[in-house]
Design a protein around this ligand. Sequence first.
Ligand SMILES: Nc1ncnc2c1ncn2[C@@H]1O[C@H](COP(=O)(O)OP(=O)(O)O)[C@@H](O)[C@H]1O
Ligand SMILES: [Mg+2]
Length: 416
Amino acid sequence: MGCCFSEPVDFDGEVNLYHFDLHRAVGKGAFGKVRVVEHKRSKQLYALKYIDKGRCIRQKAVANIIQERRLLEEIDHPFIVNLRYAFQDDENCFFVLDLMLGGDLRFHLERKAFIKEEVVRFWMAELSCGLEYLHRQRIIHRDLKPDNILLDAMGHAHITDFNVAIHYSDRRLHTSVAGSMAYMAPQVVSKKGVTAYELLFHRRPFDGRSSEKMTQSILKDPLRFPEDAVQRCSEDGIMALKGFIDRDPSTRLGCRPNGQGIEDIHNHPWFAGIDWNDLESKGCQPPFVPDMNQANFDVSHELDEFLMVEKPLTHSKRKANQDLEKMKPELRQLEEQFTVYNFTNMKRMSYYPHNQPVIGIESDNTDRTLAQSATGTIIPTATIIERSQAGSPVLESTDRHNMPPIFNSTHGYAVS
Ligand SMILES: Nc1ncnc2c1ncn2[C@@H]1O[C@H](COP(=O)(O)OP(=O)(O)O)[C@@H](O)[C@H]1O
Ligand SMILES: [Mg+2]
């Protein structure tokens, strides 16, 4: 599927799709696909995530894409799927990311009867490093789940998909810990804990058919373990899960402020066998190595294009001399704010603190309409609209603590 008639490419000019050969589709996102690409000059392979502008505008997700682009620019960490390039053409916005050929954890979860405890523990240890880094950068991911955790070919775990991630301020951090329980309600458990539970036991600790039932379940249901839990997980493991899924943030494992949270994780008996220094430099041998002789992704993503259900991605020249004034406002916003990034010649920039989206001001979410993305992340539509103001100055509202919860009714993860 590579590009056959390549015109000379200007590698000294701004990065664009012509700098890459297009290969297999390896994933499907809410607004487009993810495929393998090869940089024509460096020969380096990457993942290209592309976002159909029309679809993104129809789903009122322009601000999310811009936010994702900005947050990705400022982060660079061994356990995160890092951004290498960003650019756009008339049809799509493009993220060029580190390529993860080991598959996402949903893929492995669906194909394995069970995943060994030591494997889950190793992934959790690596993810804890990634999350701790994000928190130091004042970023909360808000959508951690097996679909958004990717393995590289060696088996190291990486966090991806910053589509609903946000920066938080001290002020909000403070209120979200000290604020009224009613607003914190769905944020009472850690998604890392829910993810670990699901990976170990093939089911989620809290579930419900509707977001209300799920809220109730998250809020009230006692944390139960399957009958055969002790055969599948050590006592230390059960203790760690209970710690991660603790409803009280002041005692929840990994939640103490000022870096004490990660220390508590380091010192937890479940992680006793981990050499954290080696681990942080990716020096530990992953206990599960993906089979690289097979595709670690759903090969049906490619069929859509072969069957012409979906327009195949092609290189296309940009229309010349476009007048921003005459553009649809959302298209113009994308042109102006989804700016080019090239990791080889640009320093990573932080948009904080000017990049905090305006947070919802409703006191609860019961009458919110929910929009569901293709991958199951449910975002209250009001939040999306509010988020279309991403980049606007900080709203120092007294309602800051009424941060809208984001539910994921298909996967059962609450925000934390
Ligand atoms: N860097 C990558 N390398 C390999 N596969 C990827 C990469 N990024 C995403 N994918 C695959 O594509 C899927 C969708 O990507 P994601 O960024 O989560 O999009 P969305 O925001 O629409 O959920 C992931 O679940 C994963 O299977
Ligand atoms: Mg995703």
